[in-house]
Design a protein around this ligand. Structure first.
Ligand SMILES: *[C@@H]1O[C@H](CO)[C@@H](O)[C@H](O)[C@H]1NC(C)=O
Ligand SMILES: *[C@@H]1O[C@H](CO)[C@@H](O)[C@H](O)[C@H]1NC(C)=O
Ligand SMILES: *[C@@H]1O[C@H](CO)[C@@H](O)[C@H](O)[C@H]1NC(C)=O
Ligand SMILES: *[C@@H]1O[C@H](CO)[C@@H](O)[C@H](O)[C@H]1NC(C)=O
Ligand SMILES: *[C@@H]1O[C@H](CO)[C@@H](O)[C@H](O)[C@H]1NC(C)=O
Length: 438
């Protein structure tokens, strides 16, 4: 990059002083080429102040100030938060009976309750894919009713706190809500078991606002293998990745404009899905297998496929996915999460890494990243390691916005495709009297 170009980029993004937020400049179509989220050279800044996100001091407090400044300049989009699950676990799904301004560690669980509004504000979260998850134990039973309840919880949270959250179902909506100072709130469906092998149900979830689906949770569906299949000693059913119907599910998600999420799936399912999907994929909450050999993480060869697919791996903060053999250590530290981020960057580039902390879905945490207030500390660590503001913005949200936009574009380009009406009869996979034979 030439000096002139570099200067333009700096001028573009190192504005705002961390307390006063100048957000106008990230409006879509205003400052950014809509066809290329990472093309930031074709714009004029609203205001220039080079001294703002940069500090001459080399100290941890100045790193933190700059981290907060960067997170004021572009939305941090987290790929996965299980708050709605904790509403089921600890509050019978009562949103109006729970105060999200209070410290829920005191009433719910001192470790698991990692999200509340004051902490979200301290953490400078810009947007969130709120997870709709229900246990695999509900598969073939009341999974759809339970999933509906969790979608309702997410919508009630947004409805109850309009001063904090804004419901979002488009990539543009993320940037708009950020400009309004609200946390853009999207819905991600964690687990293909929630569609009960019905493409009709998948389509109705899209209409209810679901914008990504993780193809499996930690159980197989009748059409996709989950990560457990890759574990030594696994002795259950192995489908061999995606079945022909599973490939139809991916194609229908492409048609709908629902992002394909490959967290939780087996390696073969990852490979099959990337092969079938004509849109970029995400890993909404997975780290690097090379640094921690847990099968929930992404192996190197799949990282390369993700780069070729133009997708994003959103790094998980769960200590068990951050530190494990071959890198055994007594505790997982914030610096270990930074290592995962840098590892993925080094292997496939900074355009393919993001954040998917998995808060409220993890029973133990990485030291230094205990709750949603801690994101700026992680960004400060990356600043200490020499990250540029633009690369930090890519990690925070630019990459995910790029994927989301492409998924929408592909949906629009497929508008003449008719809905896929393939089905697999329940009698083929469930032995139950609770099915209507019609
Ligand atoms: C730029 O930002 C710094 C720090 O916030 C402030 O002290 C300075 O006055 C600003 N300069 C201009 C020209 O706005
Ligand atoms: C950025 O966008 C401008 C205008 O759309 C285009 O002329 C330029 O080639 C793009 N640059 C890159 C690196 O994509
Ligand atoms: C800042 O300090 C770190 C050590 O804490 C050092 O490695 C780095 O080179 C310093 N950076 C600058 C710009 O002085
Ligand atoms: C949830 O409801 C059940 C009854 O269905 C009740 O026993 C339980 O105490 C409730 N839990 C909470 C946290 O309100
Ligand atoms: C299969 O694995 C489960 C769990 O690891 C174990 O309990 C069971 O005994 C195994 N079955 C066989 C036939 O090996």
């Amino acid at each position: 990059m030439s000096q002139v170009l570099m200067l333009t980029v700096l001028v573009m993004f190192q504005i705002g002083d961390g307390s006063h937020v100048n957000k106008r400049f990230i409006l879509v179509g205003d400052k950014v080429d809509p066809n290329n989220e990472n093309n930031v050279t074709n714009s004029t800044p609203v205001q220039t102040n080079l001294s703002t996100c940069v500090s001459s001091q080399n100290s941890s407090s100045s790193y933190l100030d700059r981290a907060k400044c960067v997170l004021d300049s572009y939305p941090l989009i987290d790929g996965h938060n299980d708050l709605s699950e904790l509403f089921r676990t600890y509050a019978n799904n009562s949103v109006y009976g729970t105060d999200l301004y209070s410290d829920l560690r005191l009433t719910w669980d001192p470790i698991e309750a990692q999200t509340d509004i004051p902490k979200l504000k301290a953490g400078k979260l810009g947007a969130q894919f709120w997870s709709s998850w229900v246990t695999c134990g509900s598969q073939y039973k009341d999974v759809i009713r339970m999933t509906m309840d969790q979608l309702d919880v997410i919508k009630n949270i947004i409805r109850k706190y309009p001063e904090v959250f804004k419901y979002v179902s488009t990539s543009q909506g993320i940037l708009e809500s950020f400009n309004e100072g609200k946390i853009g709130s999207m819905i991600g469906l964690e687990g293909g078991h929630s569609i009960d092998s019905s493409l009709g149900v998948l389509r109705m979830y899209y209409e209810l606002g679901v914008r990504y689906m993780t193809l499996t949770h930690s159980c197989n569906t009748p059409w996709a293998d989950n990560w457990h299949v890759d574990e030594p000693g696994y002795n259950g059913t192995i489908l061999g990745g995606l079945t022909p119907f599973g490939k139809k599910v991916v194609q229908e998600m492409n048609r709908l404009g629902m992002i394909v999420d490959l967290a939780h799936v087996s390696k073969k399912t990852m490979i099959d899905a990337i092969k079938v999907s004509v849109a970029p994929v995400i890993f909404s909450h997975s780290s690097a297998f090379r640094l921690c050999g847990h099968h929930r993480n992404v192996p190197d060869d799949v990282l390369y496929l993700t780069k070729a697919n133009n997708g994003v791996v959103m790094v998980n903060f769960y200590d068990k996915f951050v530190v494990c053999p071959p890198n055994n250590k007594p505790t997982a530290e914030l610096t270990d999460v930074a290592d995962h981020i840098e590892y993925i960057r080094d292997i496939i580039g900074v355009d393919h890494v993001g954040i998917g902390a998995d808060y409220d879905g993890i029973p133990s945490v990485t030291h230094g990243l205990e709750d949603v207030s801690k994101y700026p500390d992680l960004f400060a660590e990356l600043i200490r390691r020499g990250w540029s503001d633009l690369d930090l913005q890519k990690l925070a949200g630019r990459n995910v916005v790029r994927v989301f936009r492409k998924v929408e574009e592909i949906r629009d380009s497929l508008s003449s495709m008719i809905p896929i009406e393939d089905h697999i009869p329940p009698q083929q996979y469930v032995n139950s009297d609770c099915r209507t034979d019609f």
